[in-house]
Design a protein around this ligand. Sequence first.
Ligand code: DX5
Ligand code: ZN
Length: 219
Amino acid sequence: MKIIAPSILSADGGRLSEEIATVEKAGADWIHIDVMDGHFVPNITIGPAIISTLRKTTKLPFDVHLMIENPERYIESFAQAGADIITVHVEATNHLHRTIDMIKKLGREAGVSLNPATPLTQIEEIIPYIDLLLIMTVNPGFGGQQFIKTSLSKIAKANKMLTGLSRKPLLEVDGGVNLKNIGDIAKAGADVIVAGAAIFGSDDYQKTIATMKLAANNN
Ligand code: DX5
Ligand code: ZN
């Protein structure tokens, strides 16, 4: 079964706990939380304080996507705030192995993410140490952008790289996912599929998540 992770970036920021409760009831598997610093990406979102408040409202795993420069400075705060999976960008840290090691030592799952223009060769050496590989299919910073079409072959290539490993990291896809392309994304090998605008911009979260699950698992 594919994992569906609604991104609360597109949820109603004044009612985050209610929005999370609604997608939880609708069958969401994880909650994807986008953390932006205004440096690595041109937008600023939430930090550990809000995450620890939200932590008390749901049992769903928190999939924390750090779009911040030098994430190693904040790993401990996010772990304490209740992040279950902490993903850092390969482009944002000088010592990726050390950063991943920090996440693992704090008992959290460690993810690495690649921007659309970053080749898969960048993560060859870190693959044995990670639990999740996140392929960005839009340039990070905003919800509601268009899926970059060439990403489908990148997802398939990543899947090929990971398949056959004794400990296969989960392959996650984030950006521009909708009801039309989710089937192809799943078929290309994504295990975890993030969706923001497609879920929180819809009239009926329950129906949207159910339709997404059907399309993603119908391969
Ligand atoms: C983009 C974020 C995504 C974003 C996805 O920088 O990392 O998680 O919320 O939103 P949609 O699904 O609307 O493209
Ligand atoms: Zn994200």
